[in-house]
Design a protein around this ligand. Sequence first.
Ligand code: NDP
Length: 286
Amino acid sequence: MYLLEGKIIAQQEKKNIVDTMRDYGITPGLATILVGDNPASNVYVKAKIKACEEVGFYGEHYNLDYSSTTEDVLAVITSLNKNPEIHGILVQSPPPPHIDMVRLVNAIDPLKDVDCFHPLNLGKFFSGQSDFAPCTPTGVITMLDSIPNFSYEGKSALIIGRSNIVGKPMAILLTNRHATVSLAHSRTKNLDIYLQKADIIIAATGQAEMIKGDMVKEGVVIIDVGIDRVLNPITNKSRLVGDVEFESVKDKAYAISPVPGGVGPMTIVTLLSNTLKLALQSISLK
Ligand code: NDP
Protein backbone atom coordinates (compact mmCIF):
# COMPACT_ATOMS: atom_id res chain seq x y z
CA MET A 1 0.00 0.00 0.00
CA TYR A 2 1.28 3.42 -1.02
CA LEU A 3 0.58 6.04 1.66
CA LEU A 4 -0.18 9.43 0.14
CA GLU A 5 1.36 11.68 2.74
CA GLY A 6 0.08 15.11 1.83
CA LYS A 7 2.34 16.64 4.45
CA ILE A 8 5.45 15.41 2.64
CA ILE A 9 4.23 16.13 -0.91
CA ALA A 10 3.30 19.65 0.25
CA GLN A 11 6.85 20.26 1.54
CA GLN A 12 8.25 19.52 -1.92
CA GLU A 13 5.64 21.81 -3.50
CA LYS A 14 6.66 24.58 -1.10
CA LYS A 15 10.30 24.20 -2.21
CA ASN A 16 9.20 24.55 -5.84
CA ILE A 17 7.24 27.70 -4.94
CA VAL A 18 10.25 29.26 -3.19
CA ASP A 19 12.47 28.41 -6.21
CA THR A 20 10.03 30.03 -8.63
CA MET A 21 9.77 33.15 -6.44
CA ARG A 22 13.56 33.40 -6.50
CA ASP A 23 13.78 32.80 -10.27
CA TYR A 24 11.24 35.53 -11.04
CA GLY A 25 12.21 37.86 -8.17
CA ILE A 26 8.61 38.20 -7.02
CA THR A 27 6.83 38.22 -3.67
CA PRO A 28 3.27 36.97 -4.07
CA GLY A 29 0.74 38.58 -1.71
CA LEU A 30 -2.26 36.82 -0.18
CA ALA A 31 -5.09 38.45 1.78
CA THR A 32 -7.36 36.41 4.00
CA ILE A 33 -10.70 37.63 5.32
CA LEU A 34 -12.32 35.88 8.26
CA VAL A 35 -15.72 37.02 9.49
CA GLY A 36 -16.84 35.91 12.94
CA ASP A 37 -15.31 33.38 15.28
CA ASN A 38 -16.12 29.91 13.89
CA PRO A 39 -13.45 27.79 15.64
CA ALA A 40 -12.78 25.51 12.62
CA SER A 41 -12.48 28.52 10.27
CA ASN A 42 -10.10 30.12 12.74
CA VAL A 43 -7.87 27.02 12.65
CA TYR A 44 -7.93 26.90 8.81
CA VAL A 45 -7.09 30.60 8.43
CA LYS A 46 -4.24 30.33 10.95
CA ALA A 47 -2.79 27.37 9.02
CA LYS A 48 -3.03 29.36 5.76
CA ILE A 49 -1.31 32.41 7.31
CA LYS A 50 1.46 30.19 8.73
CA ALA A 51 2.03 28.56 5.32
CA CYS A 52 2.25 32.03 3.69
CA GLU A 53 4.89 33.08 6.19
CA GLU A 54 6.85 29.86 5.73
CA VAL A 55 7.40 30.48 2.01
CA GLY A 56 7.92 34.25 2.40
CA PHE A 57 4.69 35.56 0.86
CA TYR A 58 3.41 39.02 1.73
CA GLY A 59 0.20 38.66 3.75
CA GLU A 60 -2.67 40.83 4.95
CA HIS A 61 -5.17 39.26 7.30
CA TYR A 62 -8.54 40.72 8.21
CA ASN A 63 -10.50 39.40 11.19
CA LEU A 64 -13.91 41.03 11.07
CA ASP A 65 -16.45 40.86 13.90
CA TYR A 66 -19.40 38.50 13.64
CA SER A 67 -21.65 41.58 13.49
CA SER A 68 -19.97 42.87 10.28
CA THR A 69 -22.31 43.30 7.34
CA THR A 70 -21.90 42.18 3.73
CA GLU A 71 -21.19 45.85 2.92
CA ASP A 72 -18.36 45.94 5.49
CA VAL A 73 -16.70 42.92 3.89
CA LEU A 74 -17.27 44.33 0.40
CA ALA A 75 -15.40 47.48 1.47
CA VAL A 76 -12.37 45.37 2.46
CA ILE A 77 -12.53 43.44 -0.84
CA THR A 78 -12.75 46.67 -2.86
CA SER A 79 -9.66 48.04 -1.18
CA LEU A 80 -7.74 44.74 -1.66
CA ASN A 81 -8.73 44.66 -5.34
CA LYS A 82 -6.83 47.96 -5.74
CA ASN A 83 -3.80 46.92 -3.67
CA PRO A 84 -0.91 46.05 -6.03
CA GLU A 85 0.87 44.03 -3.33
CA ILE A 86 -2.06 41.60 -3.09
CA HIS A 87 -2.40 38.95 -5.81
CA GLY A 88 -4.89 36.62 -4.12
CA ILE A 89 -7.96 37.32 -1.96
CA LEU A 90 -9.62 34.61 0.09
CA VAL A 91 -12.84 34.86 2.10
CA GLN A 92 -12.96 31.95 4.54
CA SER A 93 -16.11 29.82 4.34
CA PRO A 94 -18.57 29.52 5.87
CA PRO A 95 -19.24 33.14 6.80
CA PRO A 96 -22.00 33.93 9.34
CA PRO A 97 -25.47 33.29 7.88
CA HIS A 98 -26.33 36.99 7.46
CA ILE A 99 -23.39 37.46 5.04
CA ASP A 100 -24.12 37.15 1.32
CA MET A 101 -21.20 35.01 0.14
CA VAL A 102 -22.29 35.14 -3.50
CA ARG A 103 -21.96 38.94 -3.52
CA LEU A 104 -18.52 38.67 -1.91
CA VAL A 105 -17.24 36.10 -4.40
CA ASN A 106 -18.58 38.15 -7.31
CA ALA A 107 -16.89 41.30 -5.96
CA ILE A 108 -13.39 39.78 -5.91
CA ASP A 109 -11.36 40.85 -8.95
CA PRO A 110 -11.27 37.65 -11.07
CA LEU A 111 -7.51 38.20 -11.46
CA LYS A 112 -7.20 37.91 -7.64
CA ASP A 113 -9.68 35.07 -7.16
CA VAL A 114 -7.26 32.62 -5.56
CA ASP A 115 -9.94 30.04 -4.72
CA CYS A 116 -11.27 30.04 -8.30
CA PHE A 117 -14.84 30.60 -7.07
CA HIS A 118 -15.68 33.59 -9.31
CA PRO A 119 -18.12 32.59 -12.09
CA LEU A 120 -15.77 33.99 -14.75
CA ASN A 121 -12.92 31.75 -13.58
CA LEU A 122 -15.19 28.74 -13.10
CA GLY A 123 -16.54 29.28 -16.61
CA LYS A 124 -13.02 29.32 -18.07
CA PHE A 125 -12.14 26.20 -16.07
CA PHE A 126 -15.26 24.23 -16.99
CA SER A 127 -14.95 25.18 -20.67
CA GLY A 128 -11.30 24.14 -20.82
CA GLN A 129 -9.96 27.68 -21.39
CA SER A 130 -7.89 27.60 -18.19
CA ASP A 131 -6.36 25.00 -15.91
CA PHE A 132 -6.67 27.33 -12.90
CA ALA A 133 -9.03 25.44 -10.54
CA PRO A 134 -10.22 25.38 -6.91
CA CYS A 135 -7.54 24.47 -4.37
CA THR A 136 -8.76 21.18 -2.87
CA PRO A 137 -9.41 19.26 -6.12
CA THR A 138 -6.17 20.63 -7.61
CA GLY A 139 -4.33 19.39 -4.50
CA VAL A 140 -5.94 15.97 -4.91
CA ILE A 141 -4.67 15.80 -8.50
CA THR A 142 -1.14 16.68 -7.32
CA MET A 143 -1.41 13.79 -4.86
CA LEU A 144 -2.66 11.34 -7.49
CA ASP A 145 0.11 12.44 -9.88
CA SER A 146 2.68 11.47 -7.23
CA ILE A 147 1.64 7.78 -7.22
CA PRO A 148 4.23 5.61 -8.97
CA ASN A 149 2.97 3.87 -12.15
CA PHE A 150 -0.45 5.46 -11.85
CA SER A 151 -2.57 6.35 -14.85
CA TYR A 152 -6.05 7.88 -15.03
CA GLU A 153 -6.87 6.76 -18.54
CA GLY A 154 -9.94 4.53 -18.78
CA LYS A 155 -10.19 4.22 -14.98
CA SER A 156 -13.53 4.22 -13.25
CA ALA A 157 -13.50 7.15 -10.80
CA LEU A 158 -16.15 7.66 -8.14
CA ILE A 159 -16.46 11.03 -6.42
CA ILE A 160 -18.78 11.09 -3.42
CA GLY A 161 -19.97 14.63 -2.69
CA ARG A 162 -21.08 17.21 -5.28
CA SER A 163 -20.15 20.55 -3.71
CA ASN A 164 -18.95 23.43 -5.88
CA ILE A 165 -15.61 23.55 -4.05
CA VAL A 166 -14.73 19.84 -4.12
CA GLY A 167 -16.90 17.32 -5.98
CA LYS A 168 -17.93 19.19 -9.14
CA PRO A 169 -14.50 20.63 -10.06
CA MET A 170 -12.95 17.26 -9.14
CA ALA A 171 -15.20 15.64 -11.75
CA ILE A 172 -13.91 18.01 -14.45
CA LEU A 173 -10.25 17.49 -13.51
CA LEU A 174 -10.60 13.69 -13.60
CA THR A 175 -12.63 13.74 -16.84
CA ASN A 176 -9.91 15.91 -18.44
CA ARG A 177 -7.43 13.19 -17.50
CA HIS A 178 -9.57 10.56 -19.29
CA ALA A 179 -11.07 8.82 -16.27
CA THR A 180 -14.75 7.82 -16.49
CA VAL A 181 -16.38 9.70 -13.66
CA SER A 182 -19.43 9.03 -11.46
CA LEU A 183 -20.45 11.88 -9.17
CA ALA A 184 -22.43 10.53 -6.21
CA HIS A 185 -24.32 12.37 -3.47
CA SER A 186 -26.84 11.81 -0.70
CA ARG A 187 -29.62 10.86 -3.17
CA THR A 188 -27.51 8.30 -5.03
CA LYS A 189 -29.13 4.87 -5.02
CA ASN A 190 -26.98 1.75 -4.69
CA LEU A 191 -23.80 3.61 -3.75
CA ASP A 192 -22.38 0.19 -2.81
CA ILE A 193 -22.40 -0.88 -6.48
CA TYR A 194 -20.48 2.24 -7.55
CA LEU A 195 -18.01 1.70 -4.71
CA GLN A 196 -17.33 -1.92 -5.70
CA LYS A 197 -16.58 -0.92 -9.30
CA ALA A 198 -14.40 2.13 -8.66
CA ASP A 199 -10.67 2.12 -9.43
CA ILE A 200 -10.36 5.61 -7.92
CA ILE A 201 -12.52 6.93 -5.05
CA ILE A 202 -12.57 10.54 -3.89
CA ALA A 203 -14.60 10.80 -0.68
CA ALA A 204 -15.87 14.29 0.20
CA THR A 205 -19.06 13.90 2.23
CA GLY A 206 -18.30 14.93 5.81
CA GLN A 207 -19.70 11.57 7.02
CA ALA A 208 -17.21 10.11 9.48
CA GLU A 209 -15.68 6.79 8.32
CA MET A 210 -18.66 5.91 6.08
CA ILE A 211 -16.47 3.93 3.64
CA LYS A 212 -15.27 0.61 5.04
CA GLY A 213 -12.87 -2.02 3.74
CA ASP A 214 -15.58 -4.47 2.62
CA MET A 215 -17.15 -1.79 0.37
CA VAL A 216 -14.19 -1.22 -1.95
CA LYS A 217 -12.34 -3.38 -4.42
CA GLU A 218 -8.78 -4.68 -4.12
CA GLY A 219 -6.22 -2.25 -5.57
CA VAL A 220 -8.37 0.87 -5.27
CA VAL A 221 -6.77 4.32 -5.10
CA ILE A 222 -8.65 6.24 -2.45
CA ILE A 223 -8.41 9.90 -1.49
CA ASP A 224 -10.12 11.01 1.69
CA VAL A 225 -11.08 14.69 1.58
CA GLY A 226 -13.36 14.53 4.63
CA ILE A 227 -12.46 16.21 7.89
CA ASP A 228 -14.76 14.82 10.54
CA ARG A 229 -14.74 14.64 14.32
CA VAL A 230 -15.88 11.63 16.30
CA LEU A 231 -16.45 11.71 20.02
CA ASN A 232 -15.22 8.92 22.25
CA PRO A 233 -18.10 8.59 24.73
CA ILE A 234 -15.84 7.05 27.38
CA THR A 235 -13.05 9.64 27.41
CA ASN A 236 -15.35 12.40 26.10
CA LYS A 237 -12.51 13.45 23.79
CA SER A 238 -12.94 13.89 20.06
CA ARG A 239 -10.54 12.76 17.34
CA LEU A 240 -10.13 13.77 13.74
CA VAL A 241 -11.09 11.19 11.11
CA GLY A 242 -11.98 11.21 7.43
CA ASP A 243 -14.86 9.79 5.41
CA VAL A 244 -12.88 6.55 5.04
CA GLU A 245 -12.30 4.00 7.76
CA PHE A 246 -8.55 3.99 7.25
CA GLU A 247 -7.71 0.82 9.18
CA SER A 248 -10.12 -1.45 7.28
CA VAL A 249 -9.46 0.07 3.85
CA LYS A 250 -5.67 0.44 3.90
CA ASP A 251 -4.81 -3.23 3.23
CA LYS A 252 -7.02 -3.38 0.14
CA ALA A 253 -5.83 -0.10 -1.33
CA TYR A 254 -3.05 0.40 -3.87
CA ALA A 255 -2.77 3.96 -2.54
CA ILE A 256 -4.61 5.83 0.21
CA SER A 257 -4.43 9.26 1.85
CA PRO A 258 -4.66 9.55 5.64
CA VAL A 259 -6.61 12.04 7.78
CA PRO A 260 -5.03 14.14 9.19
CA GLY A 261 -1.90 14.74 7.08
CA GLY A 262 -3.46 13.94 3.68
CA VAL A 263 -5.59 16.32 1.63
CA GLY A 264 -5.53 19.13 4.25
CA PRO A 265 -1.87 20.14 3.65
CA MET A 266 -2.40 19.76 -0.12
CA THR A 267 -5.28 22.27 -0.04
CA ILE A 268 -3.07 24.76 1.76
CA VAL A 269 -0.07 24.35 -0.52
CA THR A 270 -2.33 24.69 -3.56
CA LEU A 271 -3.58 27.96 -2.13
CA LEU A 272 0.07 29.07 -2.18
CA SER A 273 0.68 27.81 -5.72
CA ASN A 274 -2.55 29.46 -6.94
CA THR A 275 -1.39 32.76 -5.36
CA LEU A 276 1.96 32.35 -7.12
CA LYS A 277 0.19 31.71 -10.45
CA LEU A 278 -1.85 34.91 -10.01
CA ALA A 279 1.30 36.88 -9.12
CA LEU A 280 3.08 35.58 -12.24
CA GLN A 281 0.01 36.40 -14.32
CA SER A 282 -0.01 39.96 -12.94
CA ILE A 283 3.57 40.45 -14.18
CA SER A 284 2.72 39.11 -17.61
CA LEU A 285 -0.27 41.51 -17.85
CA LYS A 286 1.88 44.60 -17.03
P1 NDP B 1 -20.68 19.83 1.52
O1 NDP B 1 -21.40 19.67 2.81
O2 NDP B 1 -20.85 21.07 0.72
O3 NDP B 1 -21.04 18.58 0.57
C1 NDP B 1 -21.11 17.28 1.05
C2 NDP B 1 -21.55 16.40 -0.07
O4 NDP B 1 -21.59 15.06 0.40
C3 NDP B 1 -22.93 16.72 -0.62
O5 NDP B 1 -22.92 16.66 -2.03
C4 NDP B 1 -23.82 15.63 -0.04
O6 NDP B 1 -24.90 15.26 -0.87
C5 NDP B 1 -22.83 14.47 0.04
N1 NDP B 1 -23.20 13.49 1.06
C6 NDP B 1 -23.47 13.70 2.37
N2 NDP B 1 -23.78 12.56 2.97
C7 NDP B 1 -23.70 11.59 2.04
C8 NDP B 1 -23.92 10.18 2.05
N3 NDP B 1 -24.28 9.52 3.17
N4 NDP B 1 -23.76 9.50 0.90
C9 NDP B 1 -23.39 10.13 -0.24
N5 NDP B 1 -23.17 11.45 -0.31
C10 NDP B 1 -23.33 12.18 0.81
O7 NDP B 1 -19.17 19.57 1.89
P2 NDP B 1 -17.77 20.01 1.22
O8 NDP B 1 -17.67 19.50 -0.17
O9 NDP B 1 -17.50 21.42 1.50
O10 NDP B 1 -16.80 19.14 2.15
C11 NDP B 1 -16.89 17.74 2.24
C12 NDP B 1 -15.95 17.24 3.32
O11 NDP B 1 -14.62 17.59 2.95
C13 NDP B 1 -16.17 17.87 4.70
O12 NDP B 1 -15.81 16.92 5.67
C14 NDP B 1 -15.16 19.03 4.73
O13 NDP B 1 -14.77 19.35 6.03
C15 NDP B 1 -14.03 18.39 3.96
N6 NDP B 1 -13.16 19.36 3.29
C16 NDP B 1 -11.83 19.17 3.45
C17 NDP B 1 -10.93 19.98 2.83
C18 NDP B 1 -9.50 19.70 3.02
O14 NDP B 1 -8.69 20.56 2.69
N7 NDP B 1 -9.13 18.52 3.50
C19 NDP B 1 -11.36 21.11 2.00
C20 NDP B 1 -12.79 21.18 1.82
C21 NDP B 1 -13.65 20.33 2.47
P3 NDP B 1 -26.09 16.31 -1.24
O15 NDP B 1 -25.50 17.24 -2.24
O16 NDP B 1 -27.14 15.45 -1.82
O17 NDP B 1 -26.47 16.99 0.04
